[in-house]
Design a protein around this ligand. Structure first.
Ligand SMILES: Nc1ncnc2c1ncn2[C@@H]1O[C@H](COP(=O)(O)OP(=O)(O)OP(=O)(O)O)[C@@H](O)[C@H]1O
Ligand SMILES: [Mg+2]
Length: 311
């Protein structure tokens, strides 16, 4: 049995003490603490952000004003906030791909690594609003690129099998595998981009508005596809979106950022069952959850360090 973590309002996760976890797990009432400490598994925290700030010196812009957040391994988190609230900046800091270095202040740890270590060990996959596929490579070559860039020692035959498996998983018909990106629809391109992000089987997926450029119908089917991939692969997902309903429908928790400089205004836990079904988004409960996020977006309130709301 998994021990439930309690989400605190400031984004951190509070764990019951080890002896209580063990007691809960084994249904025991009295358990010796010493014995338990030696059996204590490492906490499944995938991402830990501690008071992360980002100031772009060149432009004199304070993008992030201090973000603290803990994300469990395998959690699906969406980030939502006004334009310019630092959502992309936060993903860039996690992926160590910003052109102005790391955070100005604070700490980031992902699977126990710094963002630089994570990048060097290909510990994450990333997808953007535009698919960013290379136009001169065919679909299959685009998908194999991460292996080439990483100088992977995985035998070529295995690489090919993995990409075939992933392309089948995202439901891209075989006949398109030899097409160039320009010959695909936007939804197909995003499917390929997701395959590329998953090629090296990283534990973490970073996604910056991956469905932002798609029409409504395609977007909804891509949402279901991503949820399906997530449930099969157990990745930790951090996804930026501008859509309140997308955030509430897909994630375990919605992290709402305030106006620039971005801070966590509120974290809304989504109490909907898994697997998510489209009909859930028609319910009153879903409408209530969405209005909580909408209010948090509009209020501009900021949480104090202790989790209380600053007026
Ligand atoms: N490389 C950079 N150099 C200077 N300023 C930057 C840089 N990247 C982002 N900024 C600034 O940081 C702020 C946050 O930008 P960011 O792109 O993170 O916002 P966002 O929340 O992703 O917005 P949107 O929803 O519009 O995508 C903005 O004011 C932006 O101008
Ligand atoms: Mg952005």
């Amino acid at each position: 049995m998994e021990v439930a973590f309690r989400h605190c309002r400031n984004g951190t996760l509070r764990r019951p003490p080890a002896y209580r976890r063990q007691a809960i797990n084994e249904g025991a009432t009295k358990v010796r603490k010493k014995k338990l400490m030696s059996q204590d598994p490492s906490p499944p925290i995938a991402i830990r952000l501690v008071n992360v700030k980002k100031y772009f010196k060149d432009r004199d812009v304070e993008a992030l004003g201090g973000v603290s957040l803990e994300v469990l391994r395998g959690e699906f988190i969406t980030l939502i906030g006004p334009s310019g609230s630092g959502k992309s900046t936060l993903l860039e800091l996690l992926g160590d791909i910003g052109d102005e270095g790391g955070p100005t202040d604070g700490e980031i740890s992902i699977e126990g690594k710094t963002p630089e270590e994570l990048r060097k060990t290909r510990g994450y996959g990333i997808a953007f609003q535009e698919s960013t596929l290379f136009p001169w490579y065919r679909v299959f070559e685009n998908c194999l690129l991460p292996f080439r860039i990483a100088k992977s020692r995985i035998p070529g035959e295995q690489q090919v099998r993995r990409i075939e498996m992933l392309l089948e998983m995202v439901g891209l018909d075989k006949k398109f595998w030899s097409y160039y990106p320009r010959e695909l629809s936007g939804g197909m391109q995003q499917r390929v981009a997701i395959v590329r992000a998953l090629a090296l089987d990283p534990p973490l997926l970073l996604m910056d508005e991956p469905f932002g450029a798609l029409d409504d119908l395609t977007r909804k089917s891509m949402q279901m596809l991503l949820l399906d991939i997530w449930s099969k692969t157990k990745k930790t997902i951090l996804m930026v979106t501008h859509s309140i309903s997308e955030a509430c429908f897909m994630s375990d928790r919605v992290v709402v950022l305030s106006h620039r400089p971005g801070r966590i205004a509120r974290i809304v836990s989504i109490p909907l069952d898994r697997p998510r079904e489209r009909s859930m988004s028609e319910t009153k409960a879903f409408a209530r959850i969405c209005s909580m996020v909408r209010e948090a977006l509009g209020s501009g309130e900021i949480l104090e360090e202790d989790g209380s709301i600053k007026e």
